[in-house]
Design a protein around this ligand. Structure first.
Ligand SMILES: Cc1cc2nc3c(=O)[nH]c(=O)nc-3n(C[C@H](O)[C@H](O)[C@H](O)COP(=O)(O)OP(=O)(O)OC[C@H]3O[C@@H](n4cnc5c(N)ncnc54)[C@H](O)[C@@H]3O)c2cc1C
Length: 412
């Protein structure tokens, strides 16, 4: 097979690869290789098909949303060169205006991920990008002039390569971790990938029959052995098998089987404050059964009943008859409900991948490899995972745009 040639090969047609290709100088011959029959499959699933593209907030607020280490800081150049507002302008210019929800999440006003994908593809076509679907890249070798890329249908010699192969979750969308292998073969360190933004399955799990019930603001404390690892707040959703919702998903990157969780269903109240509030409610509503007496706490009724049951209180107990010990047990159930973690959702259900190409080996100002001149990275293939709420897509777009600038500077 005689190799084709291109100035730049972008590997992967997700949001990072498409955005990067759309931003490369039109004068460059750009070939985008995508293994699936069409690009952007994960993007189409994002935000339940509505694509939560980014979030409101300034740069400082963004940098906190990529875990504890220096991962957020790595993104500061990328986010400065393409902020959430810049992203909004880019899409608005392409007739996909964005809209901010009350909770800060930003979506296309049409609520259609398909519109986002079409805008990206149109921008690529307009920029002269050649998009080749069904071309799974199996190897990338260095050559004197740059790289030889071997894919299912083609071999290409290129001066620069952008690796935008995504993470390892939802493999049916095409991102099954190939990029890690390709990067490692070129000499890069890959931080062990593991699922992030995944549901957590306690064992035992006493809330299976509450599937579908949600608590808008819950508190979570993560314990490992004697150590308190992390505390978080956020929405909680009970499912048949475990805990989900943004609060749990965001915490999940740090959760391991064997850890313990303490759940507070009233995170604004300290235990002694809740105790005092219950004394007040039981005094004012002494004749009522507990679920009715405690209704002003504004917990979902089925959850309240379950927590009372877990605290060992019979349904018919009235406010006036609750003993001090029983009140203590209820306080604990409501503010520090203990659960042991049996399992954390695997790559089949995780919405993101933690781990990936080690950030220390990538220049945050260009997304260029510090080890292999001409090699660039964009998106989730990097050791970056954001909280739920639009942070992962913003990272994909911002790193994609910055990689395009880096390539342009190199090939100028
Ligand atoms: C169900 C779900 C919902 C989500 N919702 C949101 C959301 O609302 N907001 C948000 O911010 N994030 C969301 N995410 C996360 C977000 O979709 C990803 O972080 C984002 O898609 C990453 O973009 P990417 O371009 O780096 O990788 P991907 O989107 O994974 O794209 C990588 C592309 O590379 C291709 N590829 C892989 N290997 C090869 C190869 N060897 N050769 C050629 N091509 C290859 C793949 O087929 C794929 O098309 C969600 C994820 C899931 C799974």
């Amino acid at each position: 097979m005689t190799p084709e040639t291109a100035d730049v090969v972008v590997v992967g047609g997700g949001p990072a690869g498409l955005f990067c290709a759309a931003h490369l100088p039109a004068a460059l011959d750009v070939l985008l290789l995508e293994r699936m029959p069409e690009p952007g499959r994960k993007l189409l699933l994002s935000g339940s098909g509505q694509a939560n593209l980014t979030h409101t907030g300034d740069l400082a607020a963004f940098l906190d949303r990529y875990g504890d280490d220096d991962h957020g800081r790595f993104l500061r150049h990328a986010l400065r060169s393409l902020s959430n507002e810049g992203l909004g302008r880019w899409f608005a210019d392409r007739e996909v205006p964005l809209e901010t929800r009350e909770d800060g999440k930003v979506f296309p006003a049409s609520r259609r991920a398909q519109d986002v994908l079409e805008a990206l593809q149109t921008a690529c076509t307009g920029n002269g990008v050649r998009l080749l679907p069904g071309a799974r890249v199996g190897s990338i070798e260095r050559t004197p002039g740059g790289f030889r890329i071997r894919a299912d249908q083609v071999e290409v010699d290129a001066r620069a390569v952008v690796l935008a192969t995504g993470g390892a979750s939802y493999a049916q969308t095409g991102s099954s971790g190939d990029g890690y292998r390709l990067a490692a073969a070129l000499g890069h360190t890959v931080v062990e990938p593991h699922p992030a933004l995944a549901p957590v399955e306690p064992d035992p799990y006493p809330f299976a029959d509450l599937a579908g019930v949600s608590v808008p603001d819950a508190g979570f404390v993560l314990l490992r052995g004697d150590r308190r690892l992390r505390a978080r707040r956020g929405d909680l959703l009970f499912t048949h098998r475990g805990l989900s919702g943004p609060g749990v998903l965001d915490l999940s990157r740090d959760v391991r089987p064997g850890d313990r969780l303490l759940l507070s269903f009233l995170p604004d109240l300290r235990p002694e404050e809740l105790d005092a509030r219950m004394i007040e409610l039981c005094r004012d509503r002494g004749a009522a059964r507990l679920p009715a007496a405690l209704a002003p706490l504004h917990l979902p009724e089925r959850l309240l009943r379950r927590l009372l049951h877990q605290a060992g209180l019979p349904e018919e107990t009235t406010g006036a008859r609750m003993t001090k010990e029983q009140r203590r047990a209820v306080t604990t159930a409501l503010t520090a409900f203990p659960l042991a973690v049996g399992r954390v959702g695997d790559f089949a259900v995780a919405m993101a991948t933690a781990g990936g190409v080690a950030l220390g080996e990538v220049d945050p100002k260009t997304m260029g490899s510090r080890l292999v001149p001409g090699l660039f990275f964009a998106g989730e293939v990097l050791d970056l995972d954001g909280d739920s709420g639009g942070y992962n897509l913003q990272a994909a777009f911002s790193t994609g745009a910055l990689a395009a600038t880096g390539v342009a500077r190199l090939l100028d």
